[in-house]
Design a protein around this ligand. Structure first.
Ligand code: FAD
Ligand code: NAP
Ligand code: SF4
Length: 677
């Protein structure tokens, strides 16, 4: 294959023993929940085959448990469980015999959601539900045998290899770290003893699968734990794994319980690959790096500077199954970029919902949301070019419909044009770039600067009308809401309203938090600068202390604003934020000195400030500005006007239902309608 000029490293082959990887992109392991649905075999096969057709070189499946205590629904410990896997591997190899598919073997140890969970010592994880049962010697032997048996069955099921996950706070990694391994027998104590379990697992797996089965081992190269692994321990583990016959080391950068964000959208792209680069100098086998590598130019740069031999892109494969082909064909501006939001992937995993993707609602629903040519072809008007209107228009046009998209604004994007201004949400620009390109590619007629009314639509000769007019910010019924101190979040984010030094933010939903981030922010966005990010989260890349973290309270840049973020509910402020990212927002604002107050009853706004009752007691917030972030109401006037004129229309996104609306729901609803219309 001739390597395209733009990404010569990405598109070079890699030989590992008898295996030839066709490019350097690996679809990283993600637990999707598809393994647990009734038609798992068909749905998993369709999900992977889409990515194979999209050009990925190597796939690593979601985690499969080797033992009943493994903590993931999908298990491979009995021959009767092989056929499901065989269906998947056959489908992948039929789609492209050159693609390798490796099964991840995952034992979650103390993170398993069962009182029967096991670990080297009875130490409960900060994020675990139960105190694990301490394994005795026979129990440890049973686990090692289970890993070997699982790998052997994976081979029988047609996989090209296996990835053993020895990171993230799962079973294997808990043997390595002193905090979670308090044993005094041969499995604990000295470093040699703590390494014994992973090395024994690898040794026995290698014997079980033979020499030509691709064996990948995932380690925490920087576990982000105080008291975590020291650098020399990481190196010694990797070397010992190499000596035991591991073919590839994959580097991971956290335990799930650590207090450093490692994949969220505020993490700079490729922030951690330098650690893989340092480890690569110590080993002679290939290394995989990962984390926030979401576009081909980022992957190319990582490979070109020698940080890794292979790049794992997991969530980017949910966002765009065709990412690799688009890169190879020079169509990178058509890539639907993963924005690192976690809203439909990891947040779903951790709340036991099926995984999907905010920007691509078809992810993991490949057999349900099927793109069919439009029959008959219709003339469709879409009003509103926010996420809902954009998703509907571009998908309906891709099916072949004749779509005209109107927006009153001079640019597409709706509220995403506000979201992209929040420090840490710079990736939202990519979604708008993608939609701009899709409008061209699929021939949507775009009419910006056009406020649409019912008469225009009635006279337009359209077969279908889709109303995606979004929301209007809620204006609480409060005495003094017209006072000059009270401003709308929209005006603050757009830079149209002045904000004083002392500020009350009324409403602590996602937008209240984003506004607090914006008005307390100082200097370069951490998402754009790895050094700033490292400072703000207490990471020491240069010296790599234990766990890679300094252990001292990080220095967070902040301005001199005094900000109070408040809500009426008495619950913890920020409780409703994303499961896997909410804590980062809360911690950042706390470090910037933002006060968070729940149980507030708003009384009035006047020259003195915001008068309230907090837990029944009068409290005056002596502020210069009250920013109202009190949720939204649907902007449905146009729909109602059409209905009054007897014209039927479809409602999508915020215009349909503003309560708990987010872009995930807006895009999903629009996608489903675009497939039906
Ligand atoms: P909108 O985005 O509101 O778009 C509606 C469009 O309709 C607008 O462009 C408007 O100009 C146009 N319009 C209205 N009436 C007319 C008319 N009569 N004629 C022509 N055009 C008209 N969601 C998330 O999921 N994750 C996040 O991290 C996130 N962060 C956010 C941060 C901020 C600061 C904000 C403000 C929102 C955020 N959201 C986030 C919410 C998300 O942006 C909305 O859920 C989403 O934009 C709703 O999409 P929509 O298409 O329904 O409406
Ligand atoms: P929201 O999450 O519904 O929060 C609205 C806030 O306003 C709540 O704190 C609510 O809490 C308060 N409120 C509601 N009615 C009020 C009233 N009448 N008077 C005073 N306060 C009132 O909505 P949002 O913050 O506007 O966000 C809109 C959507 O965008 C959300 O669905 C959110 O998921 C999405 N978004 C997501 C992110 C993200 O990072 N994932 C970021 C931004 C936005 P009380 O009722 O307790 O006061
Ligand atoms: Fe990426 Fe968000 Fe999609 Fe997850 S939901 S794959 S983080 S864009």
């Amino acid at each position: 294959m001739n390597a395209p000029v733009r990404y010569p490293h990405v598109f070079s082959e890699l030989a590992i023993g008898p295996h030839r990887l066709k490019n350097r992109i690996i679809m990283g392991s993600m637990h999707t929940g598809l393994e647990d649905v009734p038609d798992a075999a068909e749905r998993l096969a369709a999900y992977f085959v889409d990515r194979v057709k999209g050009g990925v070189g190597t796939i690593i499946t979601g985690g499969i448990a080797p033992h009943v205590t493994g903590g993931v629904g999908a298990k491979l410990s009995e021959p009767s469980e092989v056929p499901l896997h065989r269906h998947v591997t056959d489908a992948v190899h039929a789609a492209d015999p050159d693609v390798k598919i490796c099964m991840q073997i995952l034992h979650t140890g103390p993170l398993a959601h069962t009182p029967d969970c096991v670990a080297p010592s009875p130490v409960k994880s900060r994020i675990g539900a139960y105190v694990p049962r301490e394994l005795d010697d026979a129990g440890i032997e049973e686990m090692i045998a289970a890993f070997a048996n699982c790998a052997k069955l994976a081979r029988e099921a047609g996989y090209d290899g296996a990835e053993i996950i020895g990171s993230a706070g799962y079973l294997i990694s808990t043997f390595l770290v002193e905090k979670t391994n308090q044993r005094t027998d041969r499995w604990g104590g000295s470093w040699e003893n703590r390494m014994r379990f992973p090395l024994e697992v690898v040794r026995r797996v290698r014997v079980a699968v033979g020499p030509d089965f691709l064996l990948i081992f995932r380690i925490s190269a920087m576990d982000m734990l105080q008291g975590g692994l020291a650098w020399d321990e990481v190196v010694s583990l990797a070397k010992a794994l190499e000596a035991e016959g591991v073919d590839v080391i994959s580097t991971h950068f956290c335990w799930h319980e650590s207090f450093v964000p490692t994949i969220a959208t505020m993490v700079p792209r490729a922030a951690f690959t330098q650690v893989t680069g340092r480890l690569r100098k110590e080993l002679s086998i290939p290394l995989i790096t990962s984390n926030r590598i979401n576009m081909p130019d980022v992957a190319e740069a990582v490979l070109a500077r020698g940080d890794a031999d292979l790049v794992s892109m997991a969530r980017p494969m949910l966002a765009d199954p065709d990412l690799v082909n688009k890169a190879r064909e020079g169509r990178e501006d058509e890539i639907n970029t993963c924005i690192g939001c976690n809203q439909a992937c990891l947040d779903h995993t951790f709340t036991r919902q099926l995984t999907s993707c905010l920007v691509n609602a078809r992810a993991c629903r490949e057999t349900e949301i099927v793109m069919r040519p439009a029959q008959p072809r219709k003339r469709i008007a879409v009003v509103g070019a926010g996420p809902a209107g954009l998703a509907f228009s571009t998908l309906a046009a891709e099916r072949g419909h004749d779509v005209t998209l109107f927006d009153a604004a001079d640019e597409i994007g709706g509220q995403f044009n506000l979201a992209k201004r929040i420090p840490g949400k710079e990736e939202f620009h990519e979604t708008l770039r993608y939609f701009r390109r899709m409008i061209d590619v699929h021939g949507v007629t775009l009419k910006l600067g056009t406020r649409v009314d019912a008469a225009m639509l009635a006279d337009g000769g359209f077969d279908e009308i889709v109303i995606a007019t979004g929301i209007a910010p809620r204006r609480p019924d409060l005495h003094g809401i017209d006072h000059p101190k009270a401003v709308r979040y929209i005006d603050v984010i757009a830079g149209a309203a002045q904000v004083g030094r002392k500020v009350a933010i009324m409403g602590a939903g996602g937008i209240g938090f984003d506004v607090a981030e914006l008005i307390t922010h100082q200097g370069t966005s951490a998402a754009l600068d790895i050094d700033v990010f490292a400072r703000e989260w207490g990471i020491d890349f240069r010296n790599h202390p234990r766990g890679g973290v300094t252990g001292v309270e990080p220095a967070v840049a902040r301005n001199d604003r005094e900000v109070t973020l408040m809500q009426r509910k008495a619950t913890t402020v920020g409780k409703g934020l994303g499961r896997t990212t909410g804590w980062t927002h809360r911690l950042t604002l706390q470090r910037r000195g933002v006060r968070m107050v729940g149980g507030v009853e708003y009384l009035r706004i006047d020259d003195a400030g915001l008068h309230t009752l907090v837990e029944g007691q009068p409290v005056l917030f002596d502020v210069d500005t009250v920013i109202v972030c009190a949720g939204q109401e649907p902007a449905r006037g146009l729909h109602d006007d059409l209905a009054a004129a007897g014209i039927r229309s479809h409602l999508v996104g915020g215009a349909c239902e503003a309560a708990e609306l987010d872009a995930k729901r807006a895009i999903r609803q629009a996608t489903e309608l675009a497939m039906e219309v």
